[in-house]
Write a protein that binds this ligand. Structure first.
Ligand code: NAI
Length: 502
């Protein structure tokens, strides 16, 4: 009979040994990279390649973009994106071995290795509208490489793309490339999270490189692995087949978003029963099979990736005639939308079933803390709902530019919308100003400065209409402390039933 000690522990041969191509493949002959070009100076291309330049002084990195304003900003003191630690990295190496330029041709011509880090938004029209990734930018960048390159290039998909995109890139490069120029294509999806991008890039959980299992493919993968090898331990650089690598990025985002939707679904049960979602998260997170991360209930996930990548997976599943799989993933996005509707409904019913003419102070507009990125931010949807209810809205965010907020809130195509919008919405320069005369404070982003240890909530309470409500959509506040001040505090995943048996 098996003793407890002899029972299988669940540990299997580490995946790195079974699945990643052996790292001795790195020892195969390969080219040393000295010049890198990155096409796309966005949230991914900028930080990723700035860190490569920082960690590899012997490599010249040129980040190019068609958008002159963006490049000008990268070359200025006011970088186009906010990311803790980014300024220091860029300012240390810019002008030495890091360059930002709109001269795409020269950068392509000179590079040994080219990252394609352009946007892959959800299609807005045509086949796959609302689900499929728009690969127009990837195709255009690939055609540009084919047109300009006169020597061999390693072309790396950094953008998040549907499975088998590398095959399309290969066809475009092979049919349009100049004679004598050979292209090897790699997949190297980016796993950084906005807000912690520099930390993630300095110490990634893993770097994933997908290649064809051919001598050329392995050699190209080894060249890229060498670049990361300058600061990432070799065992964390994993290599695999191209299609697994492409799908792994979509899979990672789908699983992360699914965890948020799962805990948010549980938060609804908590509110209806008197359970506390933070306590439930804590209890289940102690299970080592589940783990504590990404179990924070909230008003919903945002950002440019989760929704887009899941919808992409839904589309892929449908194209592969897997309707049940598609439906499964679609529900993760649907749950996210439902959470925002539920939160709004809760605000309306708490404020005596009407928001008409009431002032709501929305704290936070970015999709998460420590970034100025607003793409798919929950705040945008909530404010849209508040506007439909005829509320007056005052918004404060520490990092998002005013112009970006107006851009996100104005509905394109509605001629007088901006005028109507400005009658209903104001943007303030502090949380205190937003809360002045408000009926409710709504926490939409978990910025540290909104915590009750940082903001003077007594001061806020004094200037608000009574009863003064706080709706904590990010679970960052000490409910009891604020209730003592006099606030009516409503938190996601917590009800007023508390522990009583009544
Ligand atoms: P972004 O929109 O911030 O940047 C893309 C840049 O590419 C833009 O500045 C655009 O002008 C430029 N561009 C487009 N076509 C071009 C061309 N043909 N030549 C030169 N420049 C061109 O996008 P972001 O957020 O950097 O995302 C890029 C890719 O990385 C997407 O596929 C995204 O899904 C993926 N990703 C994004 C993450 C994020 O946190 N934002 C994280 C991981 C992956």
């Amino acid at each position: 009979m098996a003793t407890v000690d002899s029972l299988p522990s669940g540990a299997v041969t580490p995946a790195s040994e079974r699945l990643s191509r052996p790292l001795d493949s790195i020892d195969i002959p390969h080219k040393r990279i000295t010049k890198i070009c990155c096409i796309g100076a966005g949230y991914v291309g900028g930080p990723t390649c700035a860190v490569i330049a920082y960690k590899c002084p012997h490599i010249t990195v040129t980040i190019v973009d068609l958008n002159q304003a963006r490049i000008d900003a990268w070359n200025s003191d006011d970088l186009p994106i906010y990311e803790p630690g980014l300024d220091e990295v860029v300012k240390t190496v810019r002008g030495k071995n890091l360059f930002f330029s709109t001269d795409v041709d020269t950068a392509i011509k000179e590079a040994d290795l080219i990252f394609v880090s352009v946007n892959t938004p959800t299609k807005k029209s045509g086949v796959g509208k609302g689900f499929a990734a728009d690969l127009g930018y990837v195709e255009s960048a690939t055609r540009h490489i084919a047109k300009v390159a006169v020597s061999d290039k390693i072309v790396v998909e950094k953008s998040t793309v549907p499975c088998r995109t590398a095959q399309s890139m290969r066809k475009i490069l092979d049919s349009n490339g100049k004679p004598g120029a050979r292209f090897d294509i790699l997949s190297n999806p980016e796993f950084l999270a906005e807000g912690t991008a520099i930390r993630d890039l300095f110490a990634p959980d893993r770097v994933l490189i997908g290649s064809l299992d051919t001598a050329n493919g392995r050699s190209a993968a080894a060249s890229l692995a060498d670049v990361y090898g300058n600061w990432v331990p070799r065992k964390q650089v994993i290599t695999m087949n191209l299609w697994s690598s492409e799908l792994s990025k979509l899979a990672a985002n789908a699983l992360l978003a699914q965890r948020i939707s799962s805990i948010n679904a549980l938060s609804a049960i908590c509110e209806a029963t008197g359970a506390d979602v933070d306590e439930v998260s804590y209890a289940v997170g102690l299970d080592s099979r589940i783990g504590p991360k990404f179990l924070k209930a909230s008003v919903g996930f945002g950002g440019s990736c989760f929704q887009k990548d899941i919808l992409n997976l839904v589309y892929l599943s449908e194209s592969l005639h897997l309707p049940d799989v598609a439906e499964y993933w679609r529900q993760v996005v649907e749950m996210n939308e439902s959470q925002k509707r539920r939160f709004t409904q809760h605000i309306i019913s708490s404020l005596f079933n009407t928001l008409t003419g009431k002032r709501l102070a929305v704290l936070g507009f970015a999709f998460k803390k420590d970034t100025g990125d607003t793409r798919e931010s929950a705040a945008i949807t909530l404010i849209k709902y508040f506007r439909q209810e005829q509320a007056k809205i005052a918004i404060y965010d520490p990092k998002v530019e005013e112009s970006q907020i107006w851009y996100d809130l104005a509905e394109p195509g509605v001629v007088d919308d901006v005028t109507a919008l400005k009658k209903q919405v104001t943007i303030t320069s502090s949380a205190y100003e937003a809360a002045e005369g408000a009926d409710a404070v709504v926490i939409c982003t978990e910025w540290d400065e909104f915590r009750d240890t940082k903001l003077d909530y007594e001061k806020i309470y004094a200037t608000m209409n009574k009863p003064a409500f706080i709706f904590d959509g990010r679970l960052i506040l000490n409910q009891k402390k604020l209730e003592k001040i006099g606030f009516k505090v409503e938190c996601i995943g917590r009800s007023r039933l508390e522990e009583s048996f009544e």
